[in-house]
Design a protein around this ligand. Structure first.
Ligand SMILES: C[S@@+](CC[C@H](N)C(=O)[O-])C[C@H]1O[C@@H](n2cnc3c(N)ncnc32)[C@H](O)[C@@H]1O
Length: 338
């Protein structure tokens, strides 16, 4: 079976599609609980052996593995043991192209999707309806969720950061600060590519604290670490600010506030803000992009936007659009200045 063409035409397929949430959840749980790590190489294992390695219900584990067999992730052997197929190997944490951190859907995210009827009625994020607070506030109070989210973003951004570092036009910037930088992958890529520049990262305190030692050790005075909220005045001035995969987590009013804070932090009229996002293009938008767009609403109350909508947000935040740069990735760079 290939999922490269998603169009279905039979009632059986429709029924299958309606129950694919079971498959998704099985995959999340396998990734979260690091079940693939229990298999050494291609070695076949019985569920009895697996539950000795990691305490679990043998009955539930067998069912979860069996659900994933028809999709070519695991294989059920004639003697009742299971092995991992080639694509399933990428669920291992130490695989060179590990997908484990990308298959991220902790219980609190998952529960948000149970609120989708409410989201449909009100447009409100299922997450905040259920937990009475926003996603980032919630995970900041649960260090395991915060760490898992940061690892997830690192995995999402790993390849694209190298591409963006090539495309982002520095145009004599002295200093570039990544706002909402997560683990700082993009700034690392920028500093490696441009040995003449200095940089900085800014994010919530708990997020940057973990990275700051390693970054300071590696880059010394070339990299400054700042913490705080981008809804408050920013604790620096710079002639280059980056916002990557940040604005799509927020509604328009919040985006205008974040952009306004960034505008205030620009050192002069030639300073630039680089907003890096996937852009809505219309009917050719791929299925996975549409799924993420709904996910953004459900979990964060966020939204993917077109270039035109970003330009309107810039203007409402007192910024002028300078240019739009496409990259050979799903991400585009919108450049704005005062
Ligand atoms: C979707 S992640 C993007 C991370 C990184 N820019 C990337 O592309 O991998 C959004 C980031 O915004 C940060 N963030 C959320 N609320 C924030 C706030 N109020 N102030 C500063 N950073 C915040 C999160 O901690 C997270 O690192």
């Amino acid at each position: 079976m290939s999922l490269s063409n998603y169009k279905i035409s039979s009632e059986q397929d429709l029924r299958m599609l309606g129950n694919m949430f079971v498959v998704s959840r099985a995959l999340h749980v396998i990734a979260e609980q690091k079940i693939a790590d229990l298999f050494e190489g291609n070695q076949a294992k019985s569920v009895e052996e697996l539950v000795k390695q990691q305490p679990m219900s043998a009955t539930a584990l067998r069912k979860i593995l069996r659900v994933l067999c028809p999709f070519g992730i695991f294989k059920e052997n004639a003697d009742g043991t299971f092995s991992i197929e080639e694509i399933g190997q990428t669920l291992k944490s130490n695989h060179s192209s590990s997908m484990r951190d990308l298959l991220f859907c902790e219980d609190c995210r998952w529960n948000s999707f149970g609120q989708m009827s409410q989201t449909l009625q009100t447009g409100e994020a299922g997450f905040s309806k259920l937990y009475k607070q926003e996603y980032f506030d919630y995970i900041s109070k649960h260090s395991n969720l915060q760490a898992r989210f940061d690892d997830h973003m690192k995995a999402v951004s790993a390849k694209e950061d190298l591409i963006i570092a090539k495309y982002l036009p520095l145009e004599n910037r002295d200093k570039i600060i990544d706002v909402g930088a997560g683990k700082g992958g993009l700034i690392r890529a920028m500093l490696e590519k441009h040995p003449e520049i200095v940089g900085g990262i800014f994010d919530l305190k708990d997020v940057v604290e973990q990275e700051s030692k390693a970054l300071s050790k590696k880059y010394g005075k070339r990299l400054e670490v700042f913490s705080g909220s981008f809804f408050d005045p920013l604790p620096f001035k710079s002639d280059g600010l980056i916002l990557k995969r940040v604005l799509h987590d927020w509604d328009d009013a919040s985006c205008i506030q974040i952009l306004s804070r960034c505008r205030e932090a620009l050192s002069d009229s030639s300073a630039k803000i680089y907003v890096i996002e996937s852009l809505v293009k219309g009917e050719e938008d791929p299925a996975l992009f549409r799924i993420f767009d709904l996910l953004l609403l459900t979990v964060f109350g966020g939204v993917e936007r077109s270039a035109e909508v970003y330009e309107s947000l810039f203007s409402q935040a007192g910024l002028k659009t300078q240019k739009l740069i496409s990259t050979n990735s799903e991400m585009s760079i919108l450049v704005a200045s005062k």
